[in-house]
Design a protein around this ligand. Sequence first.
Ligand SMILES: Nc1nc2c(c(=O)[nH]1)N[C@H]1C(S)=C(S)[C@@H](COP(=O)(O)OP(=O)(O)OC[C@H]3O[C@@H](n4cnc5c(=O)[nH]c(N)nc54)[C@H](O)[C@@H]3O)O[C@H]1N2
Ligand SMILES: Nc1nc2c(c(=O)[nH]1)N[C@H]1C(S)=C(S)[C@@H](COP(=O)(O)OP(=O)(O)OC[C@H]3O[C@@H](n4cnc5c(=O)[nH]c(N)nc54)[C@H](O)[C@@H]3O)O[C@H]1N2
Ligand SMILES: [Mo]
Length: 910
Amino acid sequence: MKTAFINNIPFELQEGETILSFLRRHKGEQSVPTLCDAPNLDPFGSCRVCSVDVAMEENGKARTLASCHTPIAEGQYIYPDSKSIQSLRKNIIELVLTDHPLDCLTCEVNGNCELQTVAAQVGIRDVRYPSGENHLFREKDLSHPYMTSDLSKCINCYRCVRACDEVQGEFVLSMSGRGFDSHIIKGIDQSFMDSDCVSCGACSQACPTSAISDIFQSKAIAATDVTRTICTYCGVGCNLDVSTRSGEILSIQAPYDAEVNQGHTCLKGRYAFKFYDHPERLDAPMIKRDGVFEKVSWDEVYDFIATKLQTYKDEFGPDSIAGISSARCTNEENYLMQKFIRAVIGTNNIDGCARVCHSPTALGMQRTFGTGAATNSIDDIKDTNCILVIGANPTDAHPVTGAKMKQFAMKTGNISIVIDPRRTELAKYATYHIPLRPGTNVAVLNMMMYYIIEAGLVDASFIESRTEGFDDFKNEILSIDLDHIETVCGVDRNLIKEAAIAYAKAPNAMSFHGLGVTEHSQGTFTVMQIADLALLTGNIGRRGVGVNPLRGQNNVQGSADMGVQPHQGAGYLDLTIPEVNQRYNTFYGVNVPSHIGFKIPEMFEAALDGKLKALWVIGEDIVQTDPNTKKVIKALQNTDLVIVQELFMTETAKYADVLLPGASFLEKSGTFTNGERRVQAVRQVVKPIGNAKADGQIIVDIMNRMGYPQPDYDPKTMLEEISQIVPFFAGITWENLGKNGKQWPVAKDGTDTQILHQKEFKIGKGQFIFKKWRETSELVDNAKDYPYILTTNRELEHYNCGAMTRRTGNEQLLGDDYLMIHPIDAEKHFISEGDYVCLESPRGKVDVKARITDEVKEGVLSTTFHFPEIMINNITGDVHDSEAKCPEYKVVAVRIRKSKGKFKQLATQE
Ligand SMILES: Nc1nc2c(c(=O)[nH]1)N[C@H]1C(S)=C(S)[C@@H](COP(=O)(O)OP(=O)(O)OC[C@H]3O[C@@H](n4cnc5c(=O)[nH]c(N)nc54)[C@H](O)[C@@H]3O)O[C@H]1N2
Ligand SMILES: Nc1nc2c(c(=O)[nH]1)N[C@H]1C(S)=C(S)[C@@H](COP(=O)(O)OP(=O)(O)OC[C@H]3O[C@@H](n4cnc5c(=O)[nH]c(N)nc54)[C@H](O)[C@@H]3O)O[C@H]1N2
Ligand SMILES: [Mo]
């Protein structure tokens, strides 16, 4: 054991420790005062408050060193609070205070200002030097809905600048001026709103004095409780610390000890929570009578629903009823919903938003590997030499992961490859950006594999020992027509070749993919090719490699794991196999049907055919977000009973016959599973608003009404039930999830799994399956009359249908969907920046504001779908992935013209 001494007493030291971490580990977090140090930033050594005396022998001649950035060495004698150190610290703090407003006692961060704490720690009661007045009258920046700056309080510690650089990779903040005049600036001395700030709040969390703070932070001082929970937005699964007092949420910060987000989160996680007590929250059950919603009691609504569902079940059979469960809800709630549909109603008509999202990922990876989930963890980015990002825009859609990738691309000198028709933020920093025509992923990936095979860069021993089907696959790949591919995808073959070779040569290469892969007619095939690319190069089964879908919703992984899909029950067991079916029957104590149920688009077809009598939709705005809005509306109008369980009166809720007010993630407990299979505890922070109830409790109540005994909703007992039927949940209990959760599969003894397929695949050998590129029928049928290709992307500020983010300050940051259009296309149609453009497809038309940019290529347009006033899905179509039935949102044939203003949209007309 190596040791060093603190005040002449020996203590064990660890490899790579600084003197500061050594002291804090042995003497407690408060043992050394610091100002410029922060848990998630690199040591900086500028304030010198952490200085200690260091000698090489007992009571020997000492040097004064900043402990935060000095490594500890064996045999050193550390004197952390010698007399001279005490007076040094006092002097430093006095000087800092001289340059700081002296209203500390009335300052709004009183009690939560680190400077004040440190001043007290070093024993300062008053300041001897007069203040340098010129620093104390800096203008406040109140431009931003969440963040403010009052730089008169700044102590030049650089923590905000470093947080912006090191944590977010945005480089918005910097220090300007010299000496007494040095001060922090944003961008080129702009306000928060005018600068490139992405509002992540890393700077405000880092600031020790509230020189930069957020509007909620100061209130948090009054907090009496802090609850750790998981973010409700994307599949990154950030841990959040929520401060409350008397049932009111005051502020959200990111905990430093969170393995997923290490003290960081994005503007949605940190700031976009005020939807929870928004006046428009649904707070009572309602039944529509004569076209008007009337508030009713829970008893009345339960009787109404139970009676109706029983009647349809008896008269038209269980298959006349279907459920759509929510990837925004907990695992336990999703488990209950599929159990209700299967065991109480007696049908497999259960599906969820994965259908319109990553269903091709689940299917494609099941076909090639046997397991339809990310093979590795986001943390593996630290150990990879190459990232391939295909059809994903993580700096907007998965911001904490996106920031890590951006840092990787900008700082490490490693290879990054982005395959995306748009020049995304990440593409700007990537080593290779392949701007393919939307819909040609299969062509590009085949070409990549061609060049890898041609260059002899395949991993022969991996192929030999762990895969099947390579010989046929190779022959097919080597016979592809390179000229044809180059023409259809519109990218120089040499660029594709270089990127392919870089991926193959990297000792460890990781791929990440998103909807630019899945939301296509060949979505599943593309996923299979990404998996084959990893097999071909042996990039499976260790750290820093693998195939990693960036799953979308906070709990979309979990909802599928829990059986929210019509062909597999809880735990992905194929319920058409008699033994499996029997297992479910025994477990649920009733007979579950063994025929596959409806996928979401099939539910709509059945509704239009008059076969679907009742549809229960939880937390999904299908009118706004499913393709071909008019068709969805017709399907809902043709269904006798539409039950919508929601937080808000969404576009879908307007078509409901019954509305049930669910509780938001802040109002209930349970678990969410993030995109790296990590099951994490969601802990109730406040009581449900009004008469709202946890979605799980609503389902339980109806189960009981319909004669199926199910105990009240409680995550602990639910997990006990789930762990008995879902094999990879075997060792998960509410208690053992701890702070950072567990990555499934979790063995009975609680051991979890960071890396899948280390020794073998679930299906034995990895499968090589060749697929040829095919033009989508959307373009074959329509390109002549509708010559532009419209694709969709996402904006950082808004989340999917926007029901939540549009009801927060994010609305002030971005208030509209807009259309990206290339300058040449804009000119052809006399369109200027900000003009409305009419987009017309064979399904209908919408008007969207133009943003002229060369981030898209000529002929390609891109927009978002966050605002019901635009309703972009009025024009998306019925083409689906051939295998998983995921809609082809990413290729829509349109024609364009300048329009006079906003066209009155269909859904808002009715
Ligand atoms: N801020 C924010 N975050 C979100 C969401 C949100 O709405 N807002 N939604 C969440 C959800 S549900 C999901 S699923 C994820 C989605 O996150 P992503 O998967 O990143 O989704 P998108 O931005 O829709 O599409 C990704 C990229 O695909 C590109 N693309 C389009 N067509 C093609 C193509 O043919 N080939 C290739 N290679 N690329 C193409 C688009 O230009 C876009 O940059 O985000 C989640 N996070
Ligand atoms: N054109 C186009 N359309 C798309 C896409 C695209 O790329 N292009 N992407 C598709 C994708 S990937 C997805 S995932 C879908 C997403 O589409 P949706 O699933 O419709 O989108 P969200 O905004 O996540 O909607 C969830 C709803 O759940 C509610 N909610 C949130 N938390 C809770 C809760 O705890 N309980 C209850 N009961 N309700 C809750 C919210 O109020 C919100 O109305 O959109 C799809 N639509
Ligand atoms: Mo999604």
